[in-house]
Every structure is written in structure tokens, then in C-alpha cells.
Write a protein that binds this ligand. Structure first.
Ligand code: BEZ
Ligand code: FE
Length: 275
């Protein structure tokens, strides 16, 4: 038997699912997996190493930690899923990450989401619109980020629950603003199998500094995205391939008409596609 004959046999065995999408996914998955083994002439030892790696990845998961999603992130698969599902003309999406917590408090427009000791005071502001540029009233921004020590509230017993998190709702002009700390770079968790992979590959485990946002509006597709700091050193080596040029913004010092209680101002508009 040749490798091609075996691949043909396996494909035929999985060709009958009634659901056409399942048929397509299984067929394509088998073709690519078999091509990988054939092309690389994978040895039994290498195959066993891969099985052990995936087993350890599963064993590292619990209610709070999802090592498989982290693996998908560092292989660029999470970002690729985002890309192939992107809506043209809408704000680009990027990875959700493991630190999102639903249920953050609703805050008044302009209110700080954190404490003075969380970092350099920064105003984030902009507008939520449709793809046509029309303002969206009643859009919500669910935002979160880490403190200047590189830790999210869920990782840091010194931070109160829901620190550096908040939900804002736009008024008739679609505008929003909130005060926060200028975000910093931070390392992704590397004490598990994903860390072993990054070290073996000689890759950086740092995320480029960012503020997370999930932007939603009635009748529109939500976007899960980031605002990246243009001055950050990890933009081109982000551990999870989350950086998209359209999401990078300059954190500038306040000018005329800007509030005086912050050291930086960043403008970021979001456009949503109709659902
Ligand atoms: C984050 O930005 O919170 C994140 C995303 C992917 C992996 C680790 C962290
Ligand atoms: Fe993050």
C-alpha cells in the first residue's frame, strides 16, 4: 500500500456524514493531516512526542486555564479564524484572550476604570458607527486591560475585583470615553506546554501593550478587538499574532481642548457591520 492509497481509503471512510459542512471539515482535515505526515516522513518517535505534548496541553486545562486556546493563539490559528470571518469595512477583530470576565460594572461616560496607582493616566475616546459612518446610539463597549505591573485583576490579589474593567453605553452621537492607565506589555503564561513550545521555537512570550474591547450594538455584529499602543516594542513580535495595523494608535500628550487630568489621549473609532 502507498501513502496516497491509505489517505484515499481514510477519506472514503469519512465521506458519508449527512451534514455537508461536517463532510467538508472532516475531509479537508484528513487530507491536510495525511499530507503533513507524508511530506515530513514523520517518525514514530516524533508522532509520540506530539501525542505527549497534546496530552500535557489537555492536562494543563482546568476551569480557569485553557491551554488549548493558548496553543491556538501562539500558532496564529485564533487570529486566522478571526481573519477568515472578518466583515469588510468593519473594525478588525483580534483575540479574546483568557482574561475576559463577563459582568463588569456599567460606568458613566468618562469615568476611570481603574485606580491612580494602576499606571499613567490616559483617556481613550472615540465613536461607534455603522460601516456607513452613521453614529450608533446605545452601543456598548466592554473594556478591560492589565495594570502597570502587567497583571489583570484576576491574576493579582492586590487589585479589587473588576479593576480596569468597565462597560460604557454610547449616547445619540455614538461617542464614548473612559479614563484608564496607559497599557503595558506583559508575558503570556509560559509555565505549561505552550511555554515549552515557545522556548523550543525561540519565540517571544510577550504581548504588545493593548486595551481590550468588545463593541456591540443592536442589529450589528459585535467586534472583539484591541487598541494597540503605537509606541510599543512588541508590535512586530506579539506572541499571539494579534496585532493588525488598523488597530494601532498613537498615545499622544493632551493638546488644546483635551482634559488636563491625563498624561495621554488616544482616539479610537469602531465601525460595526449590520447583522
Ligand atoms: C490577552 O490579551 O489577554 C491574551 C491573549 C492571548 C493569550 C494570552 C493573553
Ligand atoms: Fe490582554
Amino acid at each position: 500500500m502507498t501513502p496516497a492509497q491509505l489517505t484515499g481509503q481514510v477519506l472514503a471512510a469519512y465521506a458519508s456524514p449527512r451534514d455537508p459542512r461536517l463532510r467538508e471539515l472532516l475531509g479537508t482535515l484528513i487530507s491536510h493531516l495525511h499530507a503533513f505526515v507524508t511530506e515530513t516522513r514523520l517518525t514514530p518517535e516524533e508522532w509520540l512526542t506530539a501525542v505527549r505534548f497534546l496530552t500535557a496541553t489537555g492536562q494543563t486545562c482546568d476551569d480557569e486555564r485553557q491551554e488549548f486556546i493558548l496553543l491556538s493563539d501562539v500558532l496564529g490559528v485564533s487570529s486566522l479564524v478571526d481573519l477568515v470571518n472578518a466583515a469588510e469595512g468593519a473594525t478588525e477583530s483580534t483575540v479574546l484572550g483568557p482574561f475576559y470576565v463577563p459582568g463588569a460594572p456599567h460606568r458613566a461616560m468618562g469615568e476611570p476604570i481603574g485606580r491612580p496607582q494602576d499606571g499613567v493616566p490616559t483617556l481613550v475616546r472615540g465613536r461607534v458607527t455603522g460601516r456607513d459612518g452613521q453614529p450608533l446610539e446605545g452601543a456598548t463597549l466592554d473594556v478591560w486591560q492589565c495594570a502597570s505591573n502587567g497583571l489583570y485583576d484576576t491574576q493579582d490579589p492586590e487589585q479589587p475585583r473588576f479593576n480596569l474593567r468597565g462597560v460604557f453605553t454610547t449616547g445619540p452621537d455614538g461617542s464614548y470615553k473612559f479614563r484608564t492607565a496607559r497599557p503595558v506589555s506583559y508575558p503570556i503564561p509560559v509555565d505549561g506546554p505552550v511555554g515549552d513550545l515557545l522556548r523550543a521555537a525561540g519565540r517571544s512570550h510577550w504581548r504588545a501593550a493593548h486595551v481590550h474591547a468588545i463593541v456591540s450594538a443592536p442589529g450589528h455584529r459585535s467586534v472583539t478587538t484591541h487598541v494597540f499602543d503605537a509606541g510599543n516594542e512588541y508590535l512586530s513580535s506579539d506572541a499571539v499574532f494579534g496585532v493588525k495595523d488598523s488597530l494601532v494608535r498613537t498615545f499622544r500628550t493632551p493638546g488644546e481642548g483635551d482634559p488636563e487630568d491625563v498624561s495621554y489621549v488616544v482616539d479610537m473609532d469602531f465601525a460595526l457591520a449590520a447583522s
